[in-house]
Design a protein around this ligand. Structure first.
Ligand SMILES: [Zn+2]
Ligand SMILES: [Zn+2]
Length: 179
């Protein structure tokens, strides 16, 4: 399947006058994302690399992972054409044109046909505990900006005063879950 994806990438890029080679590979552990686009080093520089979640494929099948592949390929095209990354209007338009998938937030009304909710749930790894006992579960650490701006939903205490520990599934008194 990877070979077919790579061949399709060459075809779609070639149709748009882009000759950059693209490496496509499975990532066996990836769950927080369906796929991503980055670069793989070569002997004389680097090439585009698309990584796809093996676990997403196992859960939802070939059509779903193919649409993630097209999403990542849209990133390659937009980067090769404009040097741009992220999910701006150019990206969304290209992604829709290719038939790629987008989360409902990015898709909005305009690209509703791209929207999917078939994603894997990220395992919670961190527990933030307030002095009042309120608990927030997180996949990732809060950023410095988030810590500066957030307060406990229960007592209003600053997030700066929260204790961080590793997640164990038996925790009660959960204020909210975030991913
Ligand atoms: Zn993306
Ligand atoms: Zn609190």
């Amino acid at each position: 399947m990877i070979t077919e994806f790579e061949a399709e990438a060459i075809k779609i890029l070639g149709d748009r006058g882009i000759s950059a080679p693209v490496l496509v590979e499975w990532n066996r552990r990836m769950v927080a994302r369906a796929g991503d686009m980055g670069w793989a080093p070569t002997y004389n520089g680097s090439i585009y690399r698309i990584r796809l979640s093996w676990k997403l494929f196992m859960a939802y099948g070939v059509d779903r992972i193919h649409r993630t592949f097209l999403h990542e390929l849209a990133h390659v095209i937009i980067h090769a054409t404009f040097g741009a990354s992220g999910h701006g209007e150019n990206f969304k338009s290209m992604c829709a044109q290719l038939g790629g998938s987008m989360c409902t937030k990015y898709a909005g009304h305009k690209y509703a046909e791209c929207a999917t909710s078939e994603y894997l749930k990220s395992p919670k790894k961190l527990v933030y505990t307030c002095t009042c006992g309120a608990v927030t579960l997180r996949c990732r650490r809060f950023t410095i900006k988030q810590i500066a701006n957030r307060i406990c939903a229960k007592c209003g205490n600053s997030l700066r005063n929260f204790q961080i520990s590793a997640y164990t599934p038996s925790i009660e008194n959960i204020v909210r879950q975030e991913s």
